[in-house]
Design a binder for this molecule. Structure first.
Ligand code: YCP
Ligand code: CO
Length: 280
């Protein structure tokens, strides 16, 4: 299944603003912060147990239960009830990305032994927010419901002062895409998006490979974050950062840093154990 828009919903601006105001004062989870470059966060609205403390995702087979936070958001609950089959929902979360943050390019489900149909309902966004998938970049508009093929290498970032908030719904993986989003308008024009990113140049490549002169344990994570954001602005594959990182570490010649680069690539793109957390 490939990433695509499933439909559009008419959002009630006033009621949405009420729920977003509640979210603005809510505690977001620090779980999965090893995927964050800057302030990328989520909070649980529905999960397996209905307990707020249940913050990690597993593949399970029962209809998701609203957490206390989920129960306190009447409009978002209504959106979930109106546009998705309640019994097929396994998780519902808000994913919020703040200014100049992104999620590190990664593939989902590697640790799960199963998949979901992962859909996003865009609540609050602007033109400085983007999703990427392999070589592509695209914008998901307010009110749009998208299926994202999260098994491909992908990322999402926000480069404006206003954070981006999406309602992310994990649907039972066997459901057909055609019945996932209900009571939606079909998006009229498939607007082909123009990729306005700069061409990648040898000069740009050599400049980042120059990090080999200064990379260390102390600045490793900051350098990873710089590499992770480049594909939002330059025409490269979002997974290319791992090749750059390996080359930077190879040039530095420090075995511990080389090992770290290999282990980041393994964790984010190839294989993760259940519950495994990456530290770097
Ligand atoms: C998930 N995977 O599959 C998590 C969210 C990124 C990694 C954050 O739900
Ligand atoms: Co993902």
């Amino acid at each position: 299944m490939t990433t695509r828009i499933l439909g559009v919903v008419q959002l009630d601006q006033g009621r949405l603003a009420g729920d977003l105001a509640v979210l603005a004062k809510s505690t977001f989870s620090s779980e999965y912060s090893d995927f964050a470059c800057g302030r990328w966060e989520f909070c649980m609205l529905r999960n397996q147990s209905g307990k707020q403390e249940e913050q990690r995702v597993v593949v399970h087979k029962t209809p998701a239960v609203a957490t206390p936070l989920g129960q306190s958001l009447p409009y978002l609950n209504e959106l979930l009830e109106n546009h998705f089959d309640r019994d097929s929902i396994r998780y519902a979360r808000i994913i919020r990305i703040s200014e100049n943050a992104c999620i590190i390019p990664h593939r989902d489900y590697l640790e799960l032994g199963g998949k979901f149909v992962r859909v996003h309902l865009v609540l609050d966004t602007n033109e400085k927010c983007a999703n990427t998938e392999e070589n592509n970049i695209f914008h998901m508009g307010r009110g749009e419901i998208w299926f994202l093929d999260a098994s491909l290498t992908h990322s999402a970032g926000c480069f404006s002062a206003t954070p981006r908030s999406h309602l992310v719904v994990d649907i039972e993986g066997t459901r057909s895409l055609d019945e996932v989003a209900q009571n939606v308008k079909l998006s009229s024009a498939i607007n082909p998006q123009v990729d306005t990113r700069k061409e990648w140049t040898n000069k740009a490549l050599e400049s980042i490979l120059g990090f080999s002169e200064i990379i260390s344990e102390a600045n490793y994570r900051e350098i990873v974050a710089i590499l992770a954001k480049l594909h939002f602005f330059h025409k490269v594959h979002c997974g290319d950062m791992y090749g750059w990182l390996k080359e930077i570490c190879r040039r530095r010649g420090d075995p511990a840093l080389i090992e770290k680069a290999n282990s980041l690539e393994r964790f984010y793109l190839i294989d993760r154990a259940a519950g495994e957390v990456m530290t770097y």
